[in-house]
Design a protein around this ligand. Structure first.
Ligand code: HAM
Length: 423
């Protein structure tokens, strides 16, 4: 019996996992600099957190949730997204009664029972940030800029930022009404009609070409924004302009989750084909209240790490490990293994990435392992090296050898690493 990971589950194993780590760190660093703090959250929640939070009319809730009952017959769901869970945790912990805005980030696996294909998985990974409790449109800009900085750190350039405003509650009611009236004039199939009844905005998100063409004359949401929503949207645009972040406005961008209000945005990478959304987010001013909390507003994003990796690949960006393997140490026989091991431990304490020839291998086999390890250098430690205090440090790519005092080793290796990074 050969076991396999469940269908559609994306896993990252070495060496590709080093790139995954780099993407995660590149996306998280700007969030930390903007003072967002880690939230390590439940991977499964009471199902209602998502049905109420994300909305019954969404594909995510109606078709894609992994829902199960536990041994006490409670309905639980593997998290398909992060925002509803953050909100549940903020309300539960009372953070909403402390200093506002609450600014948090999260990273980890999410689960949607979608048909797997390139860039679309059943277990995928998101980095997300949420800022809760501020109505200032500049915080929308901050959220967008954190994502942009993360992409820039990776060297990504081929994406477009698309923005829209869905307006506040009042504007949305007016638009919903106009859109419903328009949808009534169309001949839609029963399933689509039912979705339109639950939430007419969902129809704008329909990707079927026949629906897209039917919607050509649909009312434009931006014409229904009330004064406050209009001013807020203008402030978002001014903020983006001030930071030099280019964007396009698309009044059809409603996003696939029901909680959005006012600003919505998406990062599209056209080179990824059908799954081109590398990240998206927006405001969700009614979400906390709908989950039983106080009426605090919020804004955030979720970036699909899997798709960001694919985007880097599509742009030919090479992502290497943050700290390259500096040295592979080979003890010359069992008598020297402890001393060599101890030297390795000291070098690691000095911040160097070190590996070691474990097991009683022949020198030839150990040398081969050193070559395969991808290390920059290796050296052998035996009686002569131990007694003289000098090792022959070999640069594996060139075969060049230099004699280095054991006491200088950390400094020499560190210098070599810095030189390589600067190249
Ligand atoms: P979302 O647009 O559903 O938003 O997902 C965010 C990102 O996750 C997408 O842009 C995409 O890159 C990635 N993603 C989604 N589904 C999959 C999948 N099946 N396979 C691979 N990647 C996927 C949210 O989840 C919101 N919680 C974002 C947010 C935060 N809005 C406000 N705050």
């Amino acid at each position: 019996m050969k076991y396999q990971a469940p269908k559609g589950v994306k896993e990252y194993l070495p060496p590709a996992s080093a790139q995954f780590e780099r993407v995660r760190e590149a996306l998280l660093a700007p969030a930390r600099l903007a003072n967002y703090q880690l939230m390590e959250l439940a991977i499964f929640e009471e199902t209602e957190v998502f049905t109420r939070g994300v909305g019954e009319s969404t594909d995510v809730v109606s078709k894609e949730m992994y829902t199960f009952t536990d041994r006490a017959d409670r309905s639980l769901t593997l998290r398909p997204e992060g925002t509803a869970g953050v909100m549940r945790a903020v309300i539960e912990s009372g953070m909403d009664r402390g200093q506002l805005p609450v600014k948090v980030f999260y990273v980890g696996p999410f689960f949607r029972a979608e048909r797997p294909q390139a860039g679309r998985y059943r277990q995928f990974y998101q980095v997300g940030i949420e800022a809760i409790g501020s109505d200032d449109p500049l915080i929308d800009v901050e959220v967008i800029s954190v994502a942009v900085q993360g992409f820039a750190a990776l060297g990504l350039t081929g994406f477009t930022l698309v923005i829209n405003s869905l307006g506040d509650g009042e504007s949305r009611i007016a638009y919903r009404q106009a859109l419903s009236e328009f949808l009534h004039t169309l001949s839609l199939d029963e399933v689509t009609k039912e979705r339109a009844r639950l939430n007419p905005l969902r129809i704008l998100d329909d990707k079927r070409p026949e629906i897209i063409s039917l919607l050509a004359k649909a009312p434009n949401i931006l014409d229904y924004l009330n004064e406050q929503s209009k001013q807020d949207f203008i402030k978002v645009q001014k903020g983006l302009d001030a930071l030099g972040i280019p964007y396009e406005i698309n009044p059809r961008l409603v996003r696939g989750l029901d909680y959005y209000t006012k600003t919505t945005f998406e990062f599209i990478h056209p080179q990824l084909g059908a799954q081109s959304g590398i990240g998206g987010g927006g405001r969700y001013d009614g979400l906390m209240e709908s989950l039983g909390g106080q009426p605090l507003s919020g804004v955030g994003f979720g970036i699909g790490m899997d798709r960001v990796l694919l985007a880097c690949e599509a742009e030919g960006i090479e992502i290497s490990a943050e700290v390259p393997l500096s040295c592979f140490i080979i003890p010359l026989g069992k008598e020297w293994e402890l001393e060599a091991f101890e030297i390795g431990a000291k070098l690691r304490s000095a911040g160097l990435r070190i590996d070691f020839a474990f097991g009683d291998r022949s020198l030839k086999a150990a040398m081969k392992a050193a070559d395969k390890s991808g290390a920059q250098f290796s050296f052998v430690l035996g009686e002569r090296e131990s007694q003289t205090g000098d090792v022959e440090l070999k640069e594996l790519a060139t075969g060049a050898v230099q004699s280095v005092r054991l006491t200088d080793l950390a400094a020499v290796l560190a210098g070599a690493v810095i030189r390589t990074k600067g190249n």
